[in-house]
Design a protein around this ligand. Structure first.
Ligand SMILES: [Fe+2]
Ligand SMILES: [Fe+2]
Length: 282
């Protein structure tokens, strides 16, 4: 299987880079699935039916979320009718939506899981480690036609994310962190065959402070005076960058054979697998 996972899509700049690159990458890289974290896709905070439709239209197959999942009105009902949008699995069972989705592809099923960390995170959910490992005992790689398992671990602390990578090593195809909006440079294969990346980064305008304004007024209010901004901060809407991770898995074992960071767009030097074309018509 070939899978692309993209980090938190932030506002219009993030949606624009998804629309610009994904249709080309999906074909040129023969991707079986494209997964994005959409928790900031609607104006930086939350997501909506309209935004999800735009992401699907670009070729996105599954949308994960995190602490901002409920920021837009209407998500409680929307998430119940669209199973492709998932919320962290460690919310209580009675909370709307699900923490997993099975993407059926012509080559087999891809199970996508979403969980949230506990270190420096709000809200404080139950411990994801036993919840995920218990779930994976019921839905292991290789059974129920599951050819690959992707875990989006939405967490702040690098150590907590790395720890989950080792905790799940050998039982899933990829553990990828989201939430910090900053891409880390540590994509690697762990010893038992799980691919790992501490944080995928954001899809959005990096001339910002993780998607929020970086102008003098915003800096002074938030970081010098420690007071609220006079007006609600507007997410910067300059040209963005797509940040994520490319994964290739073994169809027999479901484990990873290759993992590579992807960074395409205005803000960083281009990073993508050497043998794959990064630019197409878009
Ligand atoms: Fe985010
Ligand atoms: Fe988040």
């Amino acid at each position: 299987m070939r899978i692309l996972f993209c980090g938190d899509v932030v506002a219009r700049s993030g949606r624009d880079v998804i629309q610009k690159y994904i249709p080309h990458l999906k074909k040129a890289w023969a991707l079986d699935s494209v997964i994005v974290n959409g928790e900031n896709a609607q104006h930086g905070l939350g997501l909506s039916e309209k935004v999800c439709d735009a992401l699907y239209k670009a070729g996105v197959d599954v949308i994960t979320t995190g602490n901002h999942v409920w920021d837009c009105k209407g998500m409680f009902s929307y998430i119940e009718k669209d199973p492709r949008v998932i919320r962290p699995i460690n919310f209580m069972n009675t909370v709307p939506g699900k923490g997993f989705f099975v993407h059926d592809t012509p080559k087999g099923a891809i199970l996508v899981l979403n969980a949230m960390g506990q270190v420096f995170m709000s809200p404080q959910l139950d411990n994801a480690f036993p919840i995920l490992s218990d779930f994976l005992k019921v839905y292991p790689l290789g059974r129920n036609k599951i050819k690959a398992i992707i875990v989006d671990f939405h967490a702040e602390a690098t150590a907590e994310k790395i720890a989950l990578g080792y905790h799940l090593d050998g039982t899933v195809s990829l553990v990828v962190g989201t939430h910090t909006h900053v891409p880390t440079n540590d994509a690697r294969l762990l010893d038992k065959g799980t691919a790992f990346l501490t944080d995928a980064g954001m899809c959005g305008d990096y001339r910002s402070i993780i998607g929020f304004p970086c102008d003098d007024e915003a800096l002074a209010a938030r970081y010098l005076k420690k007071v609220p901004l006079a007006n609600k901060p507007e997410p910067p809407q300059g040209e963005g960058t797509l940040c994520g991770v490319f994964l290739e898995t073994n169809d027999q074992t479901g484990l990873a054979t290759r993992v590579h960071s992807v960074r395409l767009g205005a803000n960083f030097s281009e990073v993508c697998p050497d043998d794959l074309p990064c630019r197409g018509g878009g």
